[in-house]
Design a protein around this ligand. Structure first.
Ligand SMILES: [Zn+2]
Ligand SMILES: [Zn+2]
Length: 265
């Protein structure tokens, strides 16, 4: 349900992504392009492309009817203007920090992340962590999303814990404070392999201890590839399935016949 195309930062068209998914045996496939983000050009699809994106998705839906269910999604950034169009589902994500009216991308590149940490947060990773999770805790309230996108995105450039220890109690309390708000809102948390396929991480978002915490709190989850290339639409599914089972999950959510449904893993 979490995939991208050339309408934003993906490498393939809607038609190519859908065709690749079908060829790989997928039978329920959603694309969730990045919402327009006029305040930060390049931060999402162009507002003027929104109607073509919807039209191409509806066309793909019609073309594959009876063979594969195609869903029109949107990855709605918390700072994007509210949308008025109808989508089959929304993923709510935080990609930016905001300070004094300026937006600072979190996942653009490691160089940019380190620059933001140094120049905007005076090198204080804890204030950046706090600010990220404070914003994440508002993502459902602001976007009314079905799915919460890549929780823990701030660990993208923290492989081997080079920026902070994920055992730091301060960091962990920021995460659990956000879960205190988000879990009762009863949305679906995604387990996302996107940073692995693109070479940034060895494990999916969120980390195992967070998945265990989500399981303890009886949260619902889904698996997604956050594919930006047609070869990656099923990236990491066997590994993610093993991981969530090891964390105690026996069920995940999938969209079927236009509704979220629980299946056993
Ligand atoms: Zn995202
Ligand atoms: Zn995405």
């Amino acid at each position: 349900m979490h995939n991208h195309t050339v309408f934003a930062d993906g490498k393939n068209t809607v038609a190519e992504m859908v065709q690749a998914a079908y060829a790989q045996g997928v039978r329920h496939f959603g694309i969730s392009e990045h919402s327009p983000f006029p305040a930060f050009p390049g931060g999402g699809m162009r507002a003027e492309d929104l109607s073509s994106y919807i039209a191409q998705m509806r066309q793909a839906q019609a073309e594959y009817r009876g063979r594969m269910e195609v869903y029109l999604g949107l990855e709605q950034d918390i700072d994007s203007p509210a949308i008025t169009e109808d989508f089959d589902y929304l993923i709510g994500s935080v990609h930016f920090l905001k300070k004094d009216g300026q937006y600072y991308p979190l996942d653009y590149s490691e160089e940019v992340f380190l620059k933001v940490l140094k120049e905007v947060y005076n090198g204080d990773i804890r204030s950046l962590i706090y600010e990220y999770y404070r914003r994440v805790s508002e993502v459902v309230k602001v976007t009314n999303c079905d799915m919460i996108g890549h929780l823990d995105l701030i660990t993208k450039y923290n492989e081997d814990e080079r920026l902070f220890s994920t055992e730091d109690p301060y960091y962990r309390s920021c995460v659990t404070d956000a879960l205190d708000v988000l879990v009762p809102e009863d949305r679906i948390f995604e387990v996302n392999s996107g940073a692995i396929s693109r070479g940034y991480r060895k494990t999916p978002y969120p980390q195992k201890w967070i998945l265990e915490e989500l399981h303890r709190r009886k949260a619902r989850i889904t698996l997604s590839a956050d594919a930006h290339h047609r070869d990656n639409v099923l990236y990491g599914y066997p590994e993610m399935t093993e991981l969530v089972k090891a964390c105690g999950f026996t069920e995940i959510q999938v969209m079927d016949q236009g509704k979220w449904k629980t299946i056993t893993v």
